[in-house]
Design a binder for this molecule. Structure first.
Ligand SMILES: Cc1cc2nc3c(=O)[nH]c(=O)nc-3n(C[C@H](O)[C@H](O)[C@H](O)COP(=O)(O)OP(=O)(O)OC[C@H]3O[C@@H](n4cnc5c(N)ncnc54)[C@H](O)[C@@H]3O)c2cc1C
Length: 459
């Protein structure tokens, strides 16, 4: 990138909002993917409006400069790691909640707003935005670009189900608006949905219109230990179809449970003999506007779980429940701290979880590796921490795990995205006609290929 380009970008955002050289903080070169090396950009720009984003992209496309959007950098697939010689567009200064529309149950936000900030803004109005990926410092722009999921997707669906409209800037600088505060739309191709989950490769999101829900007043959290992982996995579809409508339905294997409770110094009061006999746990949270409904559902759920083989049942007090959910959210940091070499998040039809878990243990053993995990079981989304330090062995292992999930009708990623870390497997294992169609979509949005090149598809 020449000095002229840097000067032109500086004119768009203001000279103090373009960072180069030593002014580029270390964070701008990486996200949280375990398998990817950091790579600093040549410049970081921090726009405050879609007009500035448009100006930046006009300069970048005129000079063929690669552009990587950045929210909070909490992604787990290396999708926010810039190309060498590229520019990072950081949305940290576009961080305003523009509107909470109480009548339409809608929030309009800039992309740099974090989930925690949106949670505070909606709570004031008795409303809630229901997508809770484990990292509440993540930005709404990043959530849209990765189609983030999280624990509550079993009840409310993922980001894709919540986004009603977008403002986005195309690679060539034009600003488009899609959708709106609308309950439905059937007016041409759905560009909103195309941009969601595109990992910054099709357009930069500068505003999102999001669906809100009434904030439920009452909750109950049930923890059920089971003797085998298989029993837990078999219980999952039964709980989903039982009618209790869980808000959260997570499975946690015994080693992961021991690690996350230890890391958070959390004592759930489970007797040692139960802990020793349990190979896995089901964590179920119920929620409703009415306390008596929560109580009835808790009763029904308890009976069902006992029938399905739960060794015991614990209805956790509010404080312990919150801390356990938090510990589960932080499972990634615990896995990282104990030396996991990668984390994957394959998705399979929920009834195929037992078969996938059986296959994944078999595959890992064959490669002298360990896979441990937990997951958004209600969504069939299995998060595995992979322990295999040898890059080549790990790569064969990952390929076999992805193939196993695909043979069961699954996909490589349920919510973290493909990014850089899983691109190779995605390109190898996906039907070539589908990949070619995706390349054509990419060319239609981004003819010069400047938006996040090397992420998802080849640069
Ligand atoms: C502890 C932990 C737990 C997690 N748990 C979950 C979970 O349960 N579920 C889940 O889905 N994810 C989870 N994640 C992953 C992560 O939080 C999500 O992927 C999140 O959506 C990323 O948001 P971000 O703002 O950090 O995005 P970044 O990491 O900054 O970027 C992610 C992608 O979005 C693009 N992007 C960012 N902003 C924009 C924009 N405005 N326009 C276009 N593209 C943009 C980037 O280029 C990149 O491709 C977890 C991560 C951690 C560290």
């Amino acid at each position: 990138m020449s000095n002229d380009v840097i000067a032109a970008l500086g004119e768009v955002v203001g000279q103090d909002q373009i960072l180069t050289g030593d002014r580029i903080g270390e964070d701008y070169g990486h996200d949280e993917a375990l398998s990817q090396l950091p790579r600093p950009p040549l410049a970081v720009v921090r726009p405050t409006s879609s007009a500035e984003v448009s100006g930046v992209l006009r300069v970048a496309s005129a000079h063929g400069v690669p552009v990587t959007a950045r929210g909070s950098g909490s992604g787990l697939s290396g999708a926010a790691i810039p190309e060498p010689g590229g520019v990072v567009v950081s949305f940290e200064r576009m961080n305003r909640v523009l509107e909470i529309d109480v009548e339409n149950h809608v929030a309009v936000v800039q992309p740099g707003v974090t989930l925690l900030e949106l949670e505070e803004a909606t709570a004031e109005h008795g409303l809630a935005y229901p997508v809770y990926p484990g990292e509440l410092s993540s930005s709404l722009g990043g959530n849209v670009a990765t189609n983030a999921g999280g624990m509550r997707a079993v009840r409310y669906g993922v980001t894709r189900s919540q986004v009603l409209g977008l403002e986005a800037v195309l690679a060539t600088g034009e600003v488009i608006r899609t959708g709106g505060k609308l309950a439905k739309a059937s007016t041409g191709y759905d560009l909103t949905q195309l941009i969601i989950g595109s990992e910054g490769t099709l357009a930069l999101v500068t505003e999102a219109t999001l669906r809100l829900y009434p904030r439920a007043a009452h909750q109950a959290t049930v923890l059920a230990p089971f003797r085998t992982v298989d029993e837990v996995a078999h219980a999952v579809p039964k709980v989903v179809t039982s009618g209790v409508g869980p808000l959260i339905l997570e499975y946690i294997d015994a080693l992961t449970m021991a690690a996350i409770t230890h890391a958070q110094q959390l004592d759930l009061g489970i007797p040692a003999e139960i802990r020793e006999s349990a190979q896995a746990y089901l964590l179920v949270m119920l929620e409703d506007q009415h306390q008596d409904r929560v109580e009835q559902d808790t009763q029904q759920l308890g009976e069902l779980l006992t029938e399905l083989g739960a060794v015991d049942l614990y209805v956790l007090p509010g404080h312990s429940a919150r801390r356990l959910v938090e510990a589960r959210e932080k499972a990634f940091w615990t896995a990282k701290a104990v030396g996991a070499n990668d984390i994957i998040d394959v998705v399979v039809p929920r009834a195929s979880i037992p078969e996938f878990l059986r296959l994944s243990t078999e595959i890992a053993q064959r490669h002298g590796s360990t896979v441990l995990g937990c997951g958004h079981a209600g969504d069939g989304n299995v998060h595995l921490s992979v322990f295999q330090p040898d890059d080549e062995v790990r790569s064969v292992l990952l390929r076999e795990l992805f193939e196993a999930s695909m043979k069961l009708g699954g996909l490589i990623s349920g919510e973290h995205g493909i990014g850089r870390s899983k691109k190779r497997y995605f390109l190898e294992l996906t039907d070539p006609t589908t990949i070619e169609l995706m390349r054509r979509v990419k060319r239609a949005f981004d003819p010069e290929g400047i938006l996040n090149p090397g992420v998802l598809l080849e640069a």
